[in-house]
Design a protein around this ligand. Structure first.
Ligand code: SAM
Length: 288
């Protein structure tokens, strides 16, 4: 177990030898600190992650360690990335200094992933701070070395958008499903947290595809197309694409027709496969 983590440069692992008095610091709202206190939900998250004893888990925002404590006995190593300096520094001692835990005090939105996980295969398990959930998820999905799976707690609306089907798709749905199969695990009421947030939460599991739907160098153009489609989601697709791509609505209609799609549809009704079909046609034109 030690071997797996021994190469990770540990920025802030603090093994405090004397029993530390953990200051009951006020939760920092600005850091989205809503600590999970419902054991049933903690168990659901761990079960959903389907962990095994050789897994390496990256946990974002371990806080006081409620989830970390449940992850540690199941896996070979946990790398916990916590931006709050007090929580980061006290985490290891709170959990009795397990040898297979390393704590990195950094912002997960900008953390240097190769430095954290190296070449090892890894999973992400986290109760994410809501204010930063989207950029954190995006960072892992777009990383060169992606996790194999992510089990994350987010705001319920975000979870619904990530797992949406055609008819309710958004830019976020397409972006997540481009990289992963997304499934809702459970809904979580505010009473499961201290202090309780104002909104309902949900746990989502993302199984990342070993290869995304397109080659990495094509992703920017693909998302330019999808963003154009969602730039005016109430408009018919030939209009939103025509305007968003700056090609005009008639060429956009022709492009959609070649892709086998009705130009009067709205962006939210398209599946990932249909966006890919439009992209293939657009990529073959001079406009792309
Ligand atoms: N995992 C704990 C639990 O379930 O009780 C705490 C979850 S709390 C919703 C979010 C945690 O993420 C907090 O500990 C907070 O300090 C931390 N956090 C906030 N912003 C962060 C960021 N940008 N990078 C890493 N951690 C962050």
């Amino acid at each position: 177990m030690r071997g797996l983590l021994s190469w990770i440069p540990i920025i802030a692992v603090t093994a405090i030898s004397a029993a530390p008095p953990f200051p009951a610091a006020r939760p920092r709202k600005s850091l989205g600190q809503h600590f999970l206190v419902d054991n049933r939900i903690l168990a659901r998250i761990v079960t959903a992650a389907q962990l095994s004893s050789d897994d390496l888990v990256v946990e974002i925002g371990p806080g006081k360690g409620a989830l970390t404590r449940r992850l540690l006995p199941q896996v070979a190593g946990v790398v916990a990335v916590e931006v709050d300096d007090e929580l980061a520094q006290s985490l290891a001692a709170r959990l009795d200094n397990p040898a297979h835990l390393s704590v990195i005090q950094e912002d997960a939105r900008t953390v240097d992933l190769p430095r954290v996980v190296g070449e090892s295969s890894y999973k992400v398990v986290a109760n994410l701070p809501y204010y930063a959930a989207n950029p954190i998820i995006r960072r892992f999905l777009e990383a060169r070395h992606r996790p194999t799976e992510m089990v994350v707690m987010v705001q319920r609306e975000v979870a619904e958008s990530m797992t949406a089907s055609p008819g309710k798709m958004s830019l976020l749905s397409v972006a997540v499903q481009f990289y992963a199969t997304a499934r809702m695990v459970c809904s979580v009421p505010p009473t499961a947290f201290r202090p309780p947030p104002k909104v309902t939460s949900a746990v989502v599991r993302l199984d990342l595809s070993p290869r995304p739907a397109l080659d990495e160098d094509e992703a920017p153009a693909f998302f330019r197309l999808v963003r154009a489609g969602f730039s005016a989601p109430r408009k018919q697709l030939h209009n939103s694409l025509g305007h968003g791509l700056g090609i005009g609505s008639i060429p956009a209609s022709q492009m959609l027709q070649v892709a086998g799609l009705d130009g009067t549809r709205r962006a939210g009704t398209l599946s990932l496969g249909e966006w890919l079909a439009i992209y293939q046609v657009w990529a073959g034109t001079d406009d792309c």
